[in-house]
Design a protein around this ligand. Structure first.
Ligand code: NAD
Length: 263
């Protein structure tokens, strides 16, 4: 691999790494040679992932069992990680998306929970890990959010609101980070993961139609005519972490098979 794509000697913390896009991103970063810390709540799923990361080319792989909504334990886990392994150079902010449904049915708690899990957790992780990135002269923060940042999606009101907050947070952060440390957002389109399957079931139930009809409707809006594989979204996230992407900063980039209408 051309050395501007290599991440040898870099330590990546991938959140929500036990399934879907997070898991695929951990594997993609491993294939660029990074040392991976894979964070999620399920120790069993992470345990299965570690040998796969090593086989993919990681220069070291460990599991970090942690609930991102519990900020005291996140802080403890980060402090221990930096002490035991050293600075984190690459942070992938990623967690499960909020439940779907009409925004007018959403409770205040649904909004505050999602804001806490997504924006405030990303803020905590970034503030805690930034000193190590700054000292190393190399840092990459990638947020896995949604195309709803550019075009809100009907029926995903809490998500639309939180993603917009996250994108505004990231843009602001991008202006304050030191040289050599970047932050960018990856906006996945319809991607074949557990999250998408459960969203499909929820929508089908609400509208009394079959899940495959929901998927057909989705695909009718995607010029590529199919769902994304998690690896296709992960490839973009991993690229943004490489030295080659050093001048890409504060951007929101979609991997959506052409679905967005905006320029
Ligand atoms: P997923 O449900 O397959 O994976 C989410 C991961 O986050 C899992 O590993 C889960 O265990 C972990 N997680 C959730 N809550 C956590 C917590 N409190 N602490 C620690 N880990 C936690 O989801 P996905 O499809 O891979 O989606 C990832 C992100 O991308 C989500 O925010 C989702 O909304 C967004 N997204 C997905 C799609 C899609 O089509 N799949 C489209 C647009 C945006």
């Amino acid at each position: 691999m051309n050395e501007t794509y290599l991440l040898t000697g870099r330590h990546a913390l991938v959140c929500g790494a036990s399934s879907g896009i997070g898991r695929a991103t951990a594997l993609a970063l491993a294939s660029h040679g990074a040392q991976i810390t894979a964070l999620a709540r399920s120790g069993d799923k992470l345990g299965e992932l570690i040998p796969e990361l090593e086989a993919a080319g990681a220069s070291g792989a460990r599991a970090l069992k942690c609930d991102l909504s519990l900020h005291d334990s996140v802080q403890d886990a980060l402090d221990r990680l930096v002490l035991d392994v050293g600075p984190v150079h690459i942070l992938i902010n990623n967690a499960g998306g909020p439940r779907g449904g009409p925004i007018l049915n959403a409770s205040a708690e649904e909004f505050t929970h999602a804001f806490h899990l997504h924006v405030l957790t990303a803020h905590l992780l970034t503030r805690s890990l930034l000193p190590g990135m700054t000292e190393s002269g190399f840092g990459r923060i990638v947020n896995i959010i949604s195309t709803s940042v550019k075009e809100p999606i009907a029926g995903l009101g809490v998500s639309n609101t939180i993603r917009a907050a996250m994108a505004a947070w990231a843009k602001t952060v991008s202006k304050e980070l030191p040289s050599g440390v970047t932050i960018n957002n990856v906006l996945p389109g319809f991607t074949a993961t557990d999250r998408l399957s459960s969203l499909k079931e929820q929508i089908a139930e609400r509208r009394s139609i079959r899940p495959d009809q929901v998927e057909e409707e989705w695909l009718s809006t995607v010029p590529e005519g199919r769902l994304a594989r998690p690896e296709e979204v992960a490839a973009l996230a991993a690229f943004l972490c490489t030295p080659a992407a050093a001048y890409v900063r504060g951007q929101s980039i979609a991997a959506d098979g052409g679905r967005l209408n905006s320029i």
